[in-house]
Design a protein around this ligand. Structure first.
Ligand code: AMP
Ligand code: MG
Length: 430
């Protein structure tokens, strides 16, 4: 039975007037403005294969050779000429030698003969078919041994043709590809030991707030440990950035100005957390207003409403909200794609799937909500999702328990259990 789909038109306008802000940017338009404003960094370097893990390929790669380089056996069995098939199934073939992987059979075959062959061994000249050993009866009544084939093998069976995976000259990887395990293996299979990759994007980041303490310091009343720098460290490292961790910057005009100037000199991107809310006592906004190229946005989303974006000289600046969940949500929705574009990576949009919601979700119209969910399959194989408890923007455990965002677009209101919702599984950076 089709499940009722959560309606995007049933906005309960009376309950959300206080939240509706006509000046707020939609998530999509904020993302598009950001993506339009950033460009790939220039510069490449040549690295040894292992060092290129999670780096972005600078040029197309063409194969210098066929893969596999020679026609070889896909099975342990017996190699023979397909024209001898009938003979092999009626009176049998003489076994005149053995071909091992890495040790080819050196002799010549004539009609009525075959060679014992192992997986990966080069097919001896004159053969084009391999009978799996399970399909064969071998007897040593005659010398040399004779094999008799059952009726299931056909001419050409169980053979990997030279170049069937890759032909010499084929473009095997496109510039802009992120090099991961499969790519490393593929390049190794072509004997390519050094690769041209894009230089890494240099990202400076710091936390703002007089209430923040670093690990190891005592917590006086009203203080809390700086967690955002650690989440950002994880997100940025997984993304493959070069990091410049600038610590916690105190809420004074001097400290804030100094930190911005240092980051602008040394990094392609600066990411801060905290101090971007309206009416904040922090100095991020006042300091940046003087630079003139930074916009302070209200984005119609939850969590993550306040967001600053712009440039400080040539450095791209993201002022993320202070709340720990907001940092991760805004990073995922805005920063990650911008970084990938700056890295020169060709990327696709994050996957979105539909799942039946198991929880009742409170949702106000007028903002895009990113609730944290657990996506699984039920016994019928259907995708189901439930929320991870309390959804406050400071509750980081809602992220650690989650494996996806439940996407609740602006016009949607409360979701009842059993309705279908859209879900964005966490990508590789979580
Ligand atoms: P702000 O945007 O600076 O007003 O911060 C919003 C909330 O997030 C406040 O409750 C802050 O204490 C908290 N917060 C800001 N920065 C951090 C951080 N680096 N680690 C943990 N919590 C933070
Ligand atoms: Mg603050």
């Amino acid at each position: 039975m089709p499940k009722p789909v959560a309606s995007e038109n049933s906005a309960n306008t009376s309950s959300c007037l206080d939240e509706y802000d006509p000046a707020a940017l939609s998530v999509d338009s904020a993302r598009n403005k950001i993506l339009e404003a950033v460009a790939p960094v220039s510069g490449t370097e040549q690295l040894a294969l292992r060092q290129t893990l999670n780096r972005i390929l600078a040029n197309d790669v063409y194969s210098p050779m066929d893969v596999p380089p020679a026609t070889n056996s896909a099975m342990d069995g017996y190699a023979f000429a397909g024209t001898d098939l009938e003979l092999a199934q009626s009176s049998g073939l003489h076994v005149t030698g053995t071909a091992y992987a890495g040790r080819p059979f050196q002799g010549k075959l004539t009609t009525g003969e075959c060679v014992r062959i192992f997986t990966g061994a080069i097919l001896p000249p004159g053969t084009d078919t391999v009978a799996a050993q399970e399909r064969v009866t071998r007897s040593n009544d005659a010398q040399p041994d004779v094999i008799l084939l059952d009726s299931t093998t056909r001419s050409g069976d169980n053979v990997r043709q030279a170049g069937e995976d890759i032909s010499a000259g084929d473009c095997v990887l496109k510039a802009g590809t992120r090099l991961q395990a499969a790519e490393l293996g593929l390049l190794a299979s072509l004997g390519i030991g050094e690769i041209h990759v894009r230089r890494r994007v240099r990202v400076a980041f710091f936390s703002t707030g007089d209430e923040l303490r670093s690990i190891g310091e005592p917590l006086e009343p009203g203080m809390l440990y700086d967690s955002n720098r650690y989440s950002l460290y994880g997100l940025l490292s997984s993304a493959g950035c070069e990091l410049l961790d600038m610590g916690v910057v105190r809420d004074t005009p001097e400290a804030t100005e100094k930190a911005f100037a240092l980051a602008a000199e040394n990094a392609d991107v600066l990411i801060t957390s905290g101090g971007v809310s309206v009416g904040d006592a922090d100095y991020v906004k006042t300091t940046l207003d003087a630079f003139g190229q930074v916009n302070f946005w209200k984005v119609a989303m939850k969590p993550g409403r306040p967001l600053a974006f712009g440039k400080i000289n040539n450095t791209v600046f993201f002022g993320l909200p202070g709340n720990p969940v907001s940092v991760m949500v805004t990073f995922y929705q805005f920063v990650q794609q911008a970084l990938r574009k700056m890295m020169g990576e060709t990327f696709t949009q994050p996957l979105i799937v539909r799942a039946v919601c198991q929880s009742r979700l409170r949702k106000r119209a007028g903002r895009f909500e990113f609730q944290r969910g657990i996506l699984t399959r039920n016994n019928e194989g259907q995708l189901i999702v439930s929320k991870t408890g309390q959804q406050g923007s400071g509750i980081l455990s809602s992220m650690t328990r989650a494996n996806c965002f439940i996407l609740l677009p602006e016009t949607m209101t409360d979701i009842e259990a059993g309705m279908e919702v859209e879900v964005q599984p966490f990508g590789q950076f979580f």
